[in-house]
Design a protein around this ligand. Structure first.
Ligand code: GDP
Length: 345
């Protein structure tokens, strides 16, 4: 056979192999079940699937191969019968639109991953904080907001446990410390899972989107999740001694929201519950990037002498001047410095 024919044949084979990878049907990873990933196909049927050696990922090699929220193609190897799960093989992992991830020590992981991806393809991030027990901590909210900006997630700040405001003064204090975010243009919602107040507004925010809940331990994530999905993750009482809650959810899951207490979701809506979010870090985000996610800095940063100014100790910094002139909130600037101090690159 002529050399050209051999080349053509091998090219055809390679193309076939690549297009085979694309074959199969589309689905979404909605959960993990021991060694399997639960895939929901477009016809809503569920399948226990595994990747194999030729599973092809369109994501960086050093990222987790599969996580909740991933769009995949898969091949059914055994049909589902009745309520049984079908079985299949994941052939392709599509490119992630965005992700929630944590850096991990590459030397400590068998697969050599440097980034543990917890969930992907999200629209909303619901940043949960509480009015009391634990007290509202702006610094943590600021961290989540930086992350939201970086991953292009639409943030909603929820201030839960509003029922713990015992009098007008408590209420006023909470409003004073939280309204800052509204003024900065962020969406803010006061909530009480205990009384149900504010829940309808939360449903509206979640409608038609894929959302993730995150927040400091003890703020009520599990309680909100239970309310939304009527599931029975354990909730633990906040320890009276430390006033810090303990993290109680264990498996990443994506659930569809259909109807809750008379509210019918108009569009496909999903909620992702992510363990591991407690040790939320901004390791992936460099100092140069962090400065872009404090939106109120932007206009004053144009006055900085250096375009690469990090607004830390550089001379003639427009942002620092704006803080001195009380045009930028000192607390937000301090929060920015704290975040910069923990940035690893
Ligand atoms: P998580 O650690 O963020 O998942 O927090 P949990 O959902 O486990 O809640 C911690 C504690 O706060 C539990 O004792 C809940 O019953 C309580 N809790 C949650 N939401 C509310 C609320 O709106 N009001 C009050 N008073 N307590 C709440």
């Amino acid at each position: 056979m002529a050399k050209k024919d051999i080349r053509d044949r091998s090219r055809t084979r390679a193309e076939q192999f690549l297009s085979n990878r694309e074959l199969g049907e589309d689905g979404t990873v909605i959960g993990l079940k021991s060694a399997y990933f639960i895939i929901r196909a477009n016809d809503s049927s569920l399948h226990d699937c595994k990747p194999n050696r030729s599973t092809y990922s369109k994501n960086p090699e050093d990222e987790t191969l599969l996580c909740v929220g991933d769009e995949v193609t898969f091949k059914r190897t055994n049909a589902s019968g009745g309520n049984e799960f079908g079985v299949g093989v994941i052939t392709t992992v599509k490119e992630r639109k965005n992700k929630i991830s944590r850096a991990r020590d590459r030397r400590m992981t068998r697969s050599g991953e440097s980034s543990l991806v917890i969930a992907s393809n999200l629209d909303n991030i619901v940043i949960i904080a509480s009015a009391f027990e634990p007290m509202f901590r702006p610094g943590l909210v600021d961290r989540y907001l930086v992350y939201a900006g970086f991953e292009r997630l639409n943030p909603l700040i929820v201030v839960n446990k509003m029922d713990l405001c015992l009098d007008k003064r408590d209420h006023k204090d909470v409003i004073a410390i939280t309204e800052v975010y509204k003024k900065l243009g962020y969406q803010l919602l006061y909530l009480s899972v205990e009384t149900g107040k504010g829940m309808d507004s939360l449903f509206k925010f979640l409608d038609g989107k894929t959302s993730v809940l995150c927040g400091h331990s003890g703020v009520g994530k599990t309680s909100i999740m239970n309310f939304l999905t009527k599931s029975n993750f354990d909730t633990k009482d906040v320890s009276e001694r430390t006033l810090k809650g303990s993290h109680t959810t264990s498996n990443a899951m994506m659930k569809e929201l259909v109807e809750i207490r008379g509210y019918r979701f108009m569009n496909k809506s999903f909620i992702v519950d992510t363990p591991g979010i407690r040790e939320f870090g901004l390791e992936m985000i460099s100092k140069l990037e962090i400065r872009h996610f404090f939106p109120e800095f932007e206009v004053y940063a144009t006055n900085c002498q250096f375009s690469s100014c990090l607004h830390e100790s550089e001379p003639n910094c427009g942002v620092k001047k704006a803080v001195e002139d009380k045009k930028i909130l000192k607390a937000r600037y301090e929060s920015y410095l704290n975040i910069m101090a923990t940035a690893t690159n």
